[in-house]
Each structure stands twice: as C-alpha cells, then as structure tokens.
Design a protein around this ligand. Structure first.
Ligand SMILES: CC(C)(COP(=O)(O)OP(=O)(O)OC[C@H]1O[C@@H](n2cnc3c(N)ncnc32)[C@H](O)[C@@H]1OP(=O)(O)O)[C@@H](O)C(=O)NCCC(=O)NCCS
Length: 176
C-alpha cells in the first residue's frame, strides 16, 4: 500500500461499538391543546404525525449519535381519537440497524388524566439514514438486543425492509 506524503499510513476506522436498544429508547408526553385539534375537539392527524417524526428521530439520533434524515414512513392508521385535555404519549425504539439506515418503531397512546385510562391510538415504523454534514450516508453502530421483545422486533423488521426497498427501487426503475 502506498504511503502518504507525511510517511504514515491512513488511519483505519475502528469498528463501531454496539449499543443496546434501551440506551436510545424514548418516551415523550404532551398535553393536547385546542390549537392541536379539529372542530370536534380531536387532535389533528398531521400533528400526531409530526410528533411521531420527532419521537422516532430522537431514538435514531441517540442510537447513531449522528445527523439523520427520514427515508420512509410505513403505513399509518388512527385507531382512536385523542381529545383536547388528554395526554398524548409516544414510545419509540430502534428495531433494527442495517448499514446506514435504521428502523424505529413508534407506538402512540392517549391518556385520560382524570381516569388514567390509556388507549393505543397509532403505530408507525419510520426509517432513518444517518448522514454527515454533506448528507452522505454513514454507518450506524450495531444494535445489541437485550430482551425477547427486542429480538421479535428485530426479526420482523427484516420483512418490512424487503417490502419498502422493493417499493422504492421499483419506482426508480419505472422512471428510467
Ligand atoms: C434517504 C436518502 C439519504 C437515501 O439516499 P440514497 O442516495 O438513495 O442512498 P442509498 O441508496 O445509498 O441508501 C442509503 C440507505 O438508505 C436506505 N433507504 C433508501 N431508501 C429507503 C426507503 N425508501 N426505505 C428504507 N430505507 C431506504 C438504503 O437501504 C440504505 O440503507 P443501508 O445502508 O442501511 O442499506 C436520500 O434519498 C435522501 O436524502 N432523501 C431525502 C431525505 C429527507 O429529506 N427527508 C425528510 C426530512 S429529514
């Protein structure tokens, strides 16, 4: 291998150290205010999507310690409304790391502050790509699985990635 002008060889990058799922897990809570709601007093879908984006991006940032961009958001449905005065609770965690991308799962709940009742309102899978300042994709640390739940999510993420990438690259080919 050729030596650099200074005489020393270019430094080889050390392999990235794995990080447990628990170190990047996020729980976010907000109270639903009138400004977040439609005329029926239910939280706007767009506002829920915004919070899903934020809660999942924080988990991706924590895991990668890098800038991240959203590459895709899977199918999203709204099972129950969240009303003004209730809490919206978002739980997110990294499900699987590929090379430069990672899938983050988000589960959304409403919570009635008077009764304590919680309802599952949405679930989403968001894929982020770690990038540098030039927006070039960068490798992400491996994910260390600690629980049976972590392993189940990791297994299931592979199938979702196959579907997403087939969809994306089919679209690209169609444009050629
Ligand atoms: C996402 C983006 C970085 C991918 O760039 P690209 O040139 O297609 O890069 P590559 O083909 O090398 O793919 C990079 C990674 O993204 C993944 N990827 C690309 N498109 C994807 C999609 N639709 N779903 C899931 N993963 C995707 C690739 O699988 C690859 O991951 P891997 O390294 O873990 O295998 C680029 O398309 C982009 O910058 N998009 C705009 C992002 C944005 O503005 N988001 C909204 C605001 S943050």
């Amino acid at each position: 291998m050729a030596k650099r002008r200074g005489g020393s060889l270019p430094k080889k990058k050390a392999p990235l150290r794995g990080k447990p799922v628990s170190t990047s897990r996020v729980e976010m809570v907000e109270v639903v205010l009138p400004n977040d709601a439609n005329p029926l007093g239910a939280m706007l879908g767009g506002r829920v999507m915004h919070l899903i984006d934020i809660a999942s991006a924080i988990a991706a940032h924590r895991h990668s310690n890098s800038y991240v961009v959203t590459a895709s958001v899977d199918y999203l449905d709204f099972r129950n409304p969240i009303y003004v005065g209730e809490l919206i609770l978002l739980k997110s965690s990294v499900n699987r790391v590929f090379h430069t991308s990672m899938e983050v799962g988000v589960k959304v709940f409403s919570e009635n502050v008077l009764t304590g009742e919680r309802k599952h309102t949405s679930s989403a899978y968001v894929t982020f790509v770690a990038v540098n300042k030039e927006r070039e994709p960068q490798p992400v640390p491996p994910l260390l699985l600690e629980t049976a739940e972590d392993r189940r999510r990791w297994r299931e993420a592979a199938q979702r990635r196959r579907i997403r990438l087939a969809h994306r690259y089919k679209k690209r080919q169609a444009r050629r």
